[in-house]
Design a protein around this ligand. Structure first.
Ligand SMILES: C[S@@+](CC[C@H](N)C(=O)[O-])C[C@H]1O[C@@H](n2cnc3c(N)ncnc32)[C@H](O)[C@@H]1O
Length: 348
């Protein structure tokens, strides 16, 4: 290894020093862009809405409070979130139905409670981590608090699931690079992957979120904040299969919403927003949203205008002309929401 790389590894080791595990550094957030969400949902008496990402329950409670004659089905894959949802049912008797599971489990979960396809009035998802997840250092989601490299949304007792630690210790250099590039849109993916593999042999690998963050800072010259965010997001997204889950979410939204039903999505990075946008605008091939606009799809993809129009057909109509983003003053208060986007669509 080059002398300069040794030096940066040693700086990384010494920076770690006596770092301790700690908890609860985040304040309890309020429901994100709640006014815009409620406006776009436009809930009416007697309607049922599926909150696919219960999390801390802030949006769910806002929906319940917005109209006394609305019912909410609250889904989350995190057992701790669903415990919270169960507690909330006492406050809203007969109006809140908690469901533990993933987007991809929806048909199995909805059938026993009598929800059939083409029947839901509205649904929403607010992607990312809840504060229950971020504030608990032992879950390993946050780069702000030191904890084990876990990152499983399904909780620490989830069976047959991989953790971020498994990926960092077992994936080869090429796969690590692909994960950082594809899931985190990280430009320095290959350099980071190579350094992580080298670190396994020279310093017995990375064992905590704090070690990973300090390690990244030590191998990057500048703008490490953005890179740390990208790498943490890539690992979390890969561990939880989030992009495929999002694809399932929209596929099932198509199936379970009635005609005229509304879907509201809140995403926090470009990769997620692109998936939603491609579905809503009809840029989908073989059930997967395309990585690029159809007209650039490649030379083998020679279609007539009619065929192209057929492919671009979408069962969605956007609820607003432009994507909705948070006010600038909110963005400066919270850099995590810099890339946040709200998209609303109506099922035709
Ligand atoms: C940002 S939080 C939602 C916060 C919530 N809207 C609120 O106001 O408190 C996202 C939640 O979605 C859940 N989640 C993410 N992907 C999921 C999936 N594929 N299936 C079910 N729940 C998921 C996470 O476990 C997390 O609790």
């Amino acid at each position: 290894m080059a002398a300069s790389t040794y030096r940066s590894f040693n700086i990384f080791r010494s920076r770690l020093g006596t770092r301790k595990y700690c908890t609860n550094v985040h304040d309890k957030p309020s429901p994100f862009m709640v006014q815009e969400v409620l406006e776009q949902l436009n809930l009416q008496d007697g309607q049922t809405v599926l909150d696919m990402t219960f999390g801390d329950g802030l949006h769910t409670e806002a929906l319940l409070k917005s109209n006394d004659n609305v019912k909410v089905i609250a889904l989350d894959r995190d057992p701790y979130a669903i415990e919270k949802a169960k507690a909330l049912t006492l406050k809203y008797p007969g109006r809140l139905q908690p469901l533990l599971g993933r987007f991809s489990d929806l048909p199995v979960l909805l059938s026993p409670i009598g929800i059939k396809i083409n029947t839901l009035d509205a649904l929403m998802f607010d992607l990312g981590c809840s504060s229950i997840q971020l504030n608990d250092a032992s879950r390993g989601f946050s780069s702000e608090v030191d904890g084990p490299l876990d990152m499983r949304m399904d909780g620490p007792s989830a069976l047959n699931s991989i953790t971020a630690y498994d990926i960092l210790t077992r994936a080869d250099e090429q796969d690590l690079g692909r994960i950082f590039k594809t899931y985190g849109s990280e430009n320095q993916a290959r350099k980071i992957a190579r350094s992580i593999v080298t670190c396994r042999y020279t310093f017995q690998g990375l064992n905590s979120t704090g070690e990973l963050k300090e390690f990244l800072k030590s191998i990057l010259e500048e703008k490490s904040g953005r890179v740390v965010k990208n790498v943490f997001f890539a690992l979390r997204s890969f561990v939880n299969n989030e992009l495929n889950e999002l694809n399932f979410a929209i596929r099932f939204a198509e199936a379970y919403l009635k005609k005229g039903g509304r879907m509201i999505s809140l995403t926090f990075n470009q990769v997620e927003d692109t998936i939603v946008k491609r579905h809503v605008s009809g840029n989908v091939l073989e059930t997967n949203p395309n990585p690029m606009p159809l007209k650039y799809y490649g030379q083998a993809f020679n279609l007539s205008v009619e065929e192209m129009n057929e492919l671009r057909k979408s069962i969605w109509a956007p609820l607003s002309k432009h994507v909705i983003t948070p006010e600038n003053h909110f963005k400066s208060m919270n850099p995590r929401i810099r890339d946040a986007k709200l998209r609303g669509a109506i099922k035709l």
